[in-house]
Design a binder for this molecule. Sequence first.
Ligand code: SAH
Length: 259
Amino acid sequence: MKKPLVFISLIFLILLLIVIYEHDKIDEIDVYKEYIEEKQDQEEDKEEIFTQRRQDMVINQLQGRDITDPKVLQAMLTVPRHKFVDEHIRESAYNDYPLPIGEGQTISQPYIVALMTQLLDLKGEEKVLEIGTGSGYQAAVLAEIVKEVYTVEIYESLSKKSEKLIKDLGYKNIHFKIGDGYYGWEEYTPYDAIIVTCAPDHVPPPLIQQIREDGGRMVIPVGGIWMVQTLMKIEKIKGEVKSKGIIGVRFVPMIGHSR
Ligand code: SAH
């Protein structure tokens, strides 16, 4: 064979190899794209299922009982509860019971979250303090309704995890503090309302002090570890404190000062 011919054949061969290689790469990209799209479809399907379950939860567990406040129902319909629990128990997120969230703590049953929120009698402009951030679910429900939410958690790990999720979900009106909630959060007092989601054996006096003198209210479970606790609603009217028991409940104990 003549030299130029060998040279041209060689060039041709190299070009052919390049084309085959690039084509394979395109195939790989296509396969990857398909995989991503399939995954996205699956995620969307899952989200649709969770949305459906959330609607069923609101109809059966909340409206089916005594939750009537439209703001509370709307908030419970909006907050993606399944994102506040670990992946392996996500399927149970909308069931009628509490679920574990780590550190031996639990996220309350949907009905109890709704009932406590409804008892706070919120209009929309309030500043609310929550004691016991846990997963951040209750804080998110409150943040859907009111102006500002302040939340205190004694376990750093839970507070940090919840703060990250809340930021990822786009809430800008929830403020986090790590500390013993027995003492409330002095800096932003007075609060229009306080919600306590762990049970002390007596109502912490600092919390009573931190609600507004006229019209301030608090919802709090009170009772010993082995006793039935009572969900109490406390109201301050012109400085005078009134309280009443609502129902028997079972919350994790408030640790720190109160134990
Ligand atoms: N509201 C939470 C559930 C709370 S479980 C949610 O929606 O997920 C009760 C939480 O109270 C736990 O996270 C527990 O660590 C916290 N806790 C217990 N004692 C506390 C204290 N003294 N101060 C602040 N948080 C406390």
